[in-house]
Design a protein around this ligand. Structure first.
Ligand SMILES: [Zn+2]
Length: 147
C-alpha cells in the first residue's frame, strides 16, 4: 500500500495550495489531509493540527527540498491596525527607523487574470524593516479584529 507522510502543516487550506501546486507541477502526488474539515470549521484548524500536506513516502525528500526552496520568498507578514502603530514610521518589532515601504502587485493579481483575462492589480501595501527583517502591513480599519 502506498504510504503518505506529512511534510508540512498549514493553518488554512489556501496557504497549502500554493506549495501544493508547485509540488504537483514537479510531478509529485499530494494529498491535503483535513482540508475539508478546516474549510468547513475554520476554527478547528489549530485543534486538529491544521491542514496537513502529505506526499508519498518515496517523494518526501524531494518534496521537502521544493518546499524549503519555495518558502524563502513568502515570509510571515504581521498585520497591524493604524491605531496600534499610532501613526509612527518605525518598526513595531525593534523600533528601528530603518524601514522600507513597498507597494507592489501581489500574486493575487494573477487570479482574476486567469479567470477573466485581464489584471486587476491587488496591491500589497507592506513595510519591511531592514534591521530585524520583519515584514508587516497596516490594515485600514481596525474593526472586528477578533470577532
Ligand atoms: Zn525591526
Amino acid at each position: 500500500m502506498e504510504q503518505f507522510v506529512t511534510i508540512k502543516t498549514f493553518t488554512y487550506p489556501h496557504e497549502a495550495y500554493v506549495i501544493r501546486g508547485k509540488l504537483e507541477s514537479e510531478g509529485i502526488r499530494t494529498f491535503l489531509k483535513d482540508e475539508m474539515t478546516v474549510q468547513v470549521y475554520n476554527f478547528y484548524s489549530n485543534a486538529i493540527g491544521g491542514v496537513k500536506l502529505q506526499v508519498l513516502e518515496e517523494d518526501a525528500e524531494k518534496a521537502l527540498n521544493i518546499v524549503n526552496s519555495v518558502e524563502e520568498v513568502p515570509r510571515e507578514v504581521v498585520v497591524f491596525s493604524k491605531k496600534e502603530l499610532d501613526g509612527t514610521d518605525i518598526c513595531p518589532f525593534c523600533h528601528s527607523e530603518n524601514i522600507g515601504h513597498s507597494k507592489k502587485p501581489g500574486w493575487l493579481t494573477l487570479i482574476p487574470y486567469l479567470i477573466v483575462g485581464f489584471i486587476f492589480p491587488v496591491y500589497k501595501n507592506s513595510y519591511l524593516c531592514f534591521d530585524c527583517e520583519k515584514q508587516w502591513k497596516i490594515k485600514r480599519s481596525c474593526q472586528n479584529k477578533y470577532s
